[in-house]
Design a protein around this ligand. Structure first.
Ligand SMILES: NC(=O)c1ccc[n+]([C@@H]2O[C@H](COP(=O)([O-])OP(=O)(O)OC[C@H]3O[C@@H](n4cnc5c(N)ncnc54)[C@H](O)[C@@H]3O)[C@@H](O)[C@H]2O)c1
Length: 306
């Protein structure tokens, strides 16, 4: 229901049928490697058309040639023209865009909190993580909304087709992670984008949800780092379970405004779980404050625009 608060937690114990994903078109940014590649493979196995947008020409072309019906468009998500080109090519090739997975992300060295020495002038920090993980995702989100609204209009109707934007968080989207502040703020930021959109997506037949992976062995960190994680007795999650978590979100068209944590099997029997941390059902004061926050105007009009 447009503008209503999101549904109750997703039961992640059950089997599901991703049949409604077949024949749909999905864009996956950063889809040439790691978790993005797992989302591409899961979508392809569910018979979706997939457009991979990634910096890596070599990995992207290799994956697209392996999976018939899949297209690769070389894309730097920090560049608006690249992302526009990717969406335009996807629409031209497949006609409609139903799902967008804003997956491209980096976790490189962060010098925001590094100390430059008592005798040095502090150096301006590079904000490259913010560029990819926030600027890049906001471009993706803007384009996803454009194509979703183009498909369905802005008035709820039974004829609207399901569309969904998937944002990628992390354990760093809700835990204390003693490491780079840019990465952590970028991943909390994904929940912010979800909270900004989830009450309005219903007006144009759309949904927005978050996938937050725990440690998963990919190229985002070094092999030594992942070895160290496992040596410390920490179980890691898998790319295959991440792919299934994505299909779970897409397979049920009433899942909106939720986050699934992609987790090791010791915490989740199918490798993903709804931790239910975006609602506060027990906190009546917080619920009252939230009601006042949206009371001044219908959520489809937008407020405070100067
Ligand atoms: N692997 C983990 O442990 C983990 C945990 C939590 C969240 N995540 C998130 O999952 C997402 C995918 O990470 P991953 O582990 O698969 O990483 P990865 O490094 O293995 O793959 C990232 C992919 O994104 C591409 N990419 C990087 N910068 C890009 C840009 N500017 N434009 C387009 N493509 C770009 C890379 O070429 C690569 O193919 C990221 O958002 C990451 O923050 C990963």
């Amino acid at each position: 229901m447009p503008g209503s608060t999101p549904a109750t937690p997703i039961n992640c114990e059950i089997d599901f049928d991703p049949a409604n994903v077949a024949g749909k078109t999905a864009i996956v940014t950063g889809g040439a490697n790691g978790l993005g590649q797992a989302y591409v493979r899961a979508l392809h196995a569910a018979k979706a058309n997939v457009v991979i947008g990634d910096l890596s020409l070599q990995n992207g072309e290799k994956l697209a040639s392996e999976l018939p019906g899949t297209r690769f468009v070389q894309t730097d998500v920090t560049k608006w023209e690249d992302q526009l080109n990717m969406f335009q090519k996807a629409e031209k090739e497949f006609g409609k865009i139903h799902y967008v997975v804003a997956n491209a992300g980096v976790a490189t060295k962060d010098d925001v909190f590094s100390f430059d020495g008592p005798d040095s002038e502090p150096k301006e920090p590079k904000l490259n993580i913010i560029d990819v993980n926030i600027r890049g995702v906001l471009y993706t989100a803007k384009l996803a909304m454009h194509y979703f609204i183009k498909l369905n209009g802005t008035t709820p109707s039974p004829h609207q087709v399901d569309t969904c934007l998937i944002l990628i968080g992390s354990g760093a989207a809700f835990l204390d992670c003693p490491r780079g502040p840019q990465y952590q703020c970028s991943k909390w930021g994904m929940r912010g984008v979800m909270h900004a959109l989830r009450r309005t997506t219903g007006f144009y037949g759309s949904r927005v949800n978050v996938l937050s992976p725990w440690y998963v062995r990919t190229n985002i960190l070094t092999k030594e780092t992942f070895d160290q994680v496992e040596r410390a007795g920490v179980q890691i999650a898998t790319t295959e379970d991440a792919g299934q978590a994505l299909l779970r979100l897409l397979s049920e068209t009433d899942i909106n405004g939720r986050m699934l944590f992609i987790a090791p099997r010791k915490w989740a029997s199918k490798g993903y779980v709804d931790l239910d941390i975006d609602e506060y059902p027990e906190n009546s004061l917080l619920n009252e404050i939230q009601e006042d926050q949206v009371k001044p105007a219908p959520v489809n009009l937008g407020l405070f625009i100067k």
